[in-house]
Design a protein. Sequence first.
Length: 94
Amino acid sequence: MRRFRVRYFGASVDSCETNTRFAQSLGIDYPILSDPGKEVARAYGVLSASGYASRWTFFIGVDGRVLEVDKHVSASAHGRDIAARLTELGISRT
């Protein structure tokens, strides 16, 4: 994602402490936002009946509008999939 002029982050219904440990264990260098109250997950429609959030990717424009939602995230190909979709959306590269 560093090749594109975008801001990116993860979001989780886990606590800040859990997300920090997770990020450190994988060497993640981007923010993971915490939503332990699950209000944001519920508002975005990703909260499952089990109480966990589905792995969806939201592409949000500079105006705040949701441009697209990828509901079929594959962890092994996610970075490539995002880069391809950003290219298709005409997002500028740095």
